[in-house]
Design a binder for this molecule. Structure first.
Ligand code: PMP
Length: 440
């Protein structure tokens, strides 16, 4: 199992790239050393520079519902790139894709395209503040909405002694360089806790521009919302006049054609999408009803961007939507089926092994395994207190040596694509069983 080329590239990279990579989560902090350098992908497989191949369950953090190098993606890019890369002008495909999105999402009358989940969220928060004339943002422990200063608070796991009282979490920004003014109006609330939410809304709801939530907690493994929890959140937002902002960056075009909003019967005031939306290229969007989206008109809340509505990415969004929606949304049914099967197999393997405490949690095409003695990880506090992240990394790195690629960070999750097969699931389960035997 040679890793020579990856090691050599890492040594070269360390001299010219910070930690050898371009995103802090891709480097030694996650891998404990050299990451695998990938050369190409096809279907559900990634191939590294040392000639090894992997069943990829990371799928570019969720950006690839069609898998790697889907024939329609390759054909579309090849055709379109010959007609120019980017114009920064109005485009026919921009109108077409917006029409498809508005037709699919009942809570969305208009969209505005951006490039990344972070950017879309920044515009959405500014829009919420502009629309309501209020300053406060209510967010939840362990929820990530991009790396912008105002919401980069309590997004990473903390030691249990630093969590504070569940009614009043200790607020901690996840980076230096973030001045207190940037997050002083950000209220952090325990998620999946009805009482904490009622209390926070009674205290801050009237001053809140929005309450922002992930539909499924996706940046602490996979933690589904308790039944009725998000619906109650939506009601409370209406009661206090705060916008209900559902961040669908992960869940959009993944959990269902209508995202977490469809799955849980929600009608959010603002949504943002990213990742899967672009079918592999950077594409994001802010969406909402007319009266809210009108706030982005010239002279009101500003949103610019040289690369907004990139034509190649929009063509891929169109391909992704057409492919996933064909035959009565068969693509979404397929990734759900595969995700549920993989999670069920993982549960079987975990049960059979009986050597390590484990629980597998998932929603449709998303799943994660937690090394824990608990039967369920129900929120961020459970995660911080009861999940063994070091053990998970050992597990994921051993799986990698057997040709199964899962991100070694327990805070992330695995994802199915339409390119995965039942044979991939069986191979992954076999490798998992071996790894669980080998692990100390
Ligand atoms: N929101 C959520 C829920 C996310 O998980 C992420 C990315 N992990 C973002 C926003 C930011 O997206 P991006 O990385 O495209 O900026």
């Amino acid at each position: 199992m040679t890793k020579e080329q990856s090691e050599a590239l890492f040594q070269r990279g360390l001299k010219v790239l910070v930690e050898g990579v371009s995103s802090a989560s891709r480097g030694p902090a996650t891998f404990g050393g050299a990451p695998r350098y990938m050369s190409h992908g096809a279907g559900a497989r990634l191939y590294d520079v040392d000639g090894r191949d992997y069943i990829d369950w990371m799928m570019a953090f969720g950006a690839l519902p069609l898998g790697h190098a889907h024939p329609k993606v390759v054909e579309t890019i090849t055709r379109e790139v010959a007609r120019g890369t980017h114009f920064a002008t109005a485009l026919e495909v921009e109108v077409e894709v917006a029409e498809m999105l508005v037709a699919l999402l009942p809570h969305v009358d208009k969209v505005r395209f951006a490039n990344t989940g972070t950017e879309a969220a920044m515009a959405a928060f500014r829009l919420a503040r502009g629309h309501t004339g209020r300053r406060k943002i209510i967010k939840f422990e362990g929820h990530y909405h991009g790396w912008w200063d105002a919401v980069l608070v309590n997004t990473n796991p903390l030691p249990p002694t630093m969590l504070g009282h569940p009614n009043d979490p200790i607020r901690i920004p996840d980076s230096s360089g973030i001045p207190e003014e940037a997050w002083k109006d950000t209220i952090v609330v325990r998620w999946n806790d009805f009482d904490a939410l009622e209390r926070a809304m009674a205290l801050h709801g009237r001053d809140a521009a929005c309450v922002v939530t992930e539909g499924v907690m996706s940046n602490m493994g996979v933690i589904p919302p308790k039944p009725g929890y998000l619906n109650r959140m939506q009601e409370l937002c209406h009661q206090y006049g705060a916008l209900f902002y559902l961040d669908e960056t992960v869940t959009g075009f993944r959990l269902a054609a209508g995202g977490a909003a469809e799955l849980y019967g929600l009608s959010p005031d603002i949504v943002t999408y990213g990742k899967a939306l672009g079918g592999g290229l950077p594409m994001a969007m802010i969406g909402g009803r007319n009266e809210i989206m009108a706030g982005l008109e010239w002279g009101k809340v500003l949103h610019f961007g040289t690369h907004n509505a990139g034509r190649l990415a929009l063509h891929l969004t169109k391909v992704m939507l057409e492919t996933m929606l064909a035959d009565n949304q068969a693509g979404f049914a397929r990734i759900k089926e595969l995700g549920l099967k993989m999670a069920a197999e993982m549960r079987q393997v975990a049960k059979a092994s009986n050597r390590h405490g484990m629980v597998v949690q998932g929603v449709n095409s998303m799943f994660q395994i937690f090394f824990t003695k608990k039967e369920e990880i129900a929120d961020y506090r459970d995660f911080c207190t009861h999940v063994d992240r070091t053990k998970f990394r050992d597990f994921a790195l051993r799986l990698m040596d057997k040709g199964i690629y899962m991100n070694p960070s327990a805070t992330l999750h695995s994802l199915s694509s339409i390119a995965h097969t039942e044979a991939d699931i069986a191979a992954t389960a076999r490798a998992m069983a071996e790894v669980l035997e080998e692990m100390p």
